[in-house]
Design a protein around this ligand. Structure first.
Ligand SMILES: C[S@@+](CC[C@H](N)C(=O)[O-])C[C@H]1O[C@@H](n2cnc3c(N)ncnc32)[C@H](O)[C@@H]1O
Length: 265
């Protein structure tokens, strides 16, 4: 496969989409710039149950190179991916994803088309979080499932996920995150609730033993483990009820609800 590269070495602004063209040939390298995305894709897929009906659809927002594909294959979904990066969607397609070019804030898909919407490591890249959440929820069928992982808008997250991780080779590409776009957990839960999804969240981090084994090249991937704090990296999961309700919005906006480690069983 020929990948069209963005050849300039000019510095990029934080969260510049051109970064994904520069790093296009690293998507599927388990030790490349996107290594941690492989670990997160596996953890995200664990939140997705097997499909319960013929023709079930999983929509993968900001699908990148399609790293979730091997982990959801066999669960019975048509896997549709949406991404703005031309090189990423080509690679997602090569891995069995029906990949379309599009923006997660204006999705080219019809209302209620999805049994599952996955938003992995995408919400911290969008400028209009409410719009992206509204679009994700719009795609869900009644009782459809939203799964996500993203980075929290906290000083600790800025220090670890940007200050440290972007300086350690292969942890995260330099400049991939704009600190202004980290996700406010209260706002995220409130927006989900507005659209009928009561989000439950839990913090996750890479297993330290797993990282040690990965660094020593004894294994190619690292398990993510749940933790009580959602202050850095967290997963969310929630089903869409028939419609949002003011009560659900108020409950989700309460800090105690969002901070609790409680992934739906
Ligand atoms: C950090 S990567 C995550 C990729 C994938 N979800 C994963 O976890 O492997 C972010 C992806 O989102 C895409 N992206 C960023 N902004 C987007 C937008 N507004 N609409 C659609 N895709 C977007 C990028 O091109 C990139 O592929």
């Amino acid at each position: 496969m020929v990948i069209l590269r963005e050849h300039s070495d000019a510095p990029l602004r934080p969260n510049d989409p051109a970064l994904y063209e520069r790093l296009a040939d690293e998507w599927w390298s388990p030790r490349g710039s996107f290594a941690m995305l492989h670990w997160l894709a596996a953890a995200r897929a664990e939140l997705v149950p097997p499909a319960t009906r013929q023709g079930a659809v999983l929509v993968d927002l900001g699908c990148g190179g399609g790293l979730m594909a091997p982990h959801v294959r066999g669960k019975g979904y048509h896997h549709i991916g949406v991404d703005t990066s031309p090189s990423a969607i080509r690679q997602a397609a090569d891995h069995g994803v029906l990949a379309v070019r599009g923006d997660v804030t204006a999705l080219p898909l019809r209302d209620g088309c999805a049994d599952v919407v996955a938003a992995g490591e995408i919400l911290e890249h969008v400028e209009d979080l409410p719009r992206a959440v509204a679009e994700a929820c719009r795609l869900l069928r009644p009782d459809g499932l939203l799964v996500l992982d993203t980075l929290a808008d906290t000083a600790l997250c800025r220090a670890l996920a940007i200050g440290v991780a972007e300086r350690v080779p292969k942890m995260a590409p330099r400049g991939v995150h704009d600190p202004e776009l980290l996700v406010d957990r209260i706002e995220l839960a409130r927006e989900c609730a507005r659209h009928g999804v009561r989000l439950q969240v839990r913090g996750v981090r890479p297993s330290l033993r797993g990282v040690a084994a990965w660094l020593a090249r004894r294994r190619e991937t690292v398990p993510m483990v749940p933790i009580s704090s959602t202050a850095v990296l967290f997963q969310g999961r929630g089903r869409r009820t028939a419609g949002g309700s003011p009560g659900a919005t108020r409950a989700a906006a309460h800090p105690g609800h969002v901070g609790r480690a409680a992934a739906e069983g």
